[in-house]
Design a binder for this molecule. Sequence first.
Ligand SMILES: Nc1nc2c(ncn2[C@@H]2O[C@H](COP(=O)(O)OP(=O)(O)OP(=O)(O)O)[C@@H](O)[C@H]2O)c(=O)[nH]1
Ligand SMILES: [Mg+2]
Length: 628
Amino acid sequence: MQVIATAGHVDHGKSTLVRALTGMEPDRLEEERRRGLTIELGYAWTSLPSGEQVAFVDVPGHERFLATTLAGVGPVPAALFVVAADEGWMPQSEEHLVALEALGVRHGVLAVTRADLADPGPAREEALARLRRGPQADAEAVAVSGRTGAGLPALAAALDRLVAALPPPDPDAPVRLWVDRAFTVRGSGTVLTGTLPAGRIAVGDTLLLDGEEVRVRGLQSLKRDVTQAVGVARVAVNVRGSGAAAQAARGAALTSPGAWARTAALDVRLVPAARADPASVPSRLVAHIGSAAVPCSLRPLGAPGPQGERHARLRLDRELPLHVGDVLLLRDPGRARGDTAAGRVRVLFAATALDVRPAPLPRRRGAARARGEELAKAAEPGAGPLLRAHGFLSAADLRAMGVPAPGEPVAGGWHADPALWRALPARLAEAARAYAAAHPLDPGMPVEAARRALGLPDRRLVPALVRPPLALEGGRLTLGGSPGPPPRVAEAVRRLHAELAPFEAPEAGTLAALGLGPREVAAAVRAGALLRLGGGVVLLPGADERAAAVLRRLPQPFTVSQARQALHTTRRVAVPLLEHLDARGLTRRLSEVLRQCPEVAGGAMPSGLPPPPRSAAWRSPPGSGTRP
Ligand SMILES: Nc1nc2c(ncn2[C@@H]2O[C@H](COP(=O)(O)OP(=O)(O)OP(=O)(O)O)[C@@H](O)[C@H]2O)c(=O)[nH]1
Ligand SMILES: [Mg+2]
């Protein structure tokens, strides 16, 4: 199926032609029939000679109903452009053509109607000359009469050729159905109709209606029940949902979840419409896209370029689901009836969305111009310029913006601007060094602090930026190498060296007097300046190796008490020291009370040492009488 919208000046015979082609009545309102004027969008359909189905959205031509006309043309890929043989090119012919150009509707057929009333030749030449300068340059022209039926077969054949030439839409594209009618059916709830340009809707789908979840309960296409519809199609969707469904009206959008950026702010490239006067841009405009018409304000970003193109930030009065690359038509709502007869066209700009989630502009002077220059640099909208502006975008962000991902994410599903990503490891190392200098007692910069220091959106990015000698240990960034304890701690440890016997553990009071609180002790232990044993006991570094050497000289195996005496220390130190030696494999625990040094287990004695004294101690019953 294809969907085609009519376009053309009031009374030129659009509705008559649709009626003649389809046998269906596009003007459904009593008022329309009475006044002989289309006021609302009309819908009709038929099969072309090829068998292809085509649906028409019939728009009003009267200048007062331009907003309705734009809602009809907006979501549709092709136009049936109507010019009356007896009147020729008229103001709304011009205005509608300019609108088609701004909306990017490039496919169409020209019907020169009322050919029974006048020679269609002059009107045809005039119209084709104008069309050739615009988006419908390739349109075929056919002279017809809606009254006599002359030319209708030729028109149907031309429509067949038009339809065959239209690019096939992607059936897997995300859904965005701009609602052109919403009504309530007793017992079934809300029905939304619109032109589905691409993608697929099926009964049972969960979609978003203006951001709110709804379920598709039923589906019709051209008045027939279907289980699914694939764009291009005219569809009527029966939805179940809470608030949004009841309030839905023309301009609402039914979208695939996660596939569109709902936004009220966007940065755009403006191309002035033909014959628009861009010098006098009002500050309040109406933005048209699909069937939506949303008042908006426009803030220029810098001065216009050589072709009059310029950049601006649009602020919409309500959020719309948009992709980068979408084109919005900007209309001047201020001009009154009769205005266009003077040749003024109310379509001012085609605005192409370059960023649908722009960062707030900094308050400083020149920020708007700088942003405009940044936007001007990007030839095509896409991931590159977006990442340059945002630094990071998640895969989900890019999907919602409708932008293909540029290769693989750097980490955690994030894509990064390549230049920024290259610069970040050095900045991370710098931040870790600065942190270490500011927090000498900390074991390293916490990952979260690093994320904040670098302004990263996610802490999962931090590990991917660590380069040696920087390392990530226990959720902190360490500088690598052995930087030694902070100077104050080193000095205190030097004084301990002077005061303590080799296997003497300082008391808590001694440590405190030297300024070695728990944090300082921890820093000294990390730097290897103190050896921590169990039970809060600390010794000077290397005490374990030296103790093992002494113990090797004892008769094997030996008791805790024998070890304590040999080391000239207390039980408070000996017990955790032996456990530490066990853990390091320097002693082996044989029983509750006995240990030996592994090196001498086979009977070999360390050479060069005198045989151990055969003191009485080793013969005393293990564990008895050995307490200090
Ligand atoms: N003689 C003749 N009259 C026509 C022809 N087509 C339309 N008309 C008449 O022209 C008048 C306007 O026709 P419509 O089809 O309502 O025109 P329209 O373009 O739909 O008008 P709007 O929707 O209001 O913009 C009606 O009186 C039609 O009967 C035609 O081919 N021949
Ligand atoms: Mg009409």
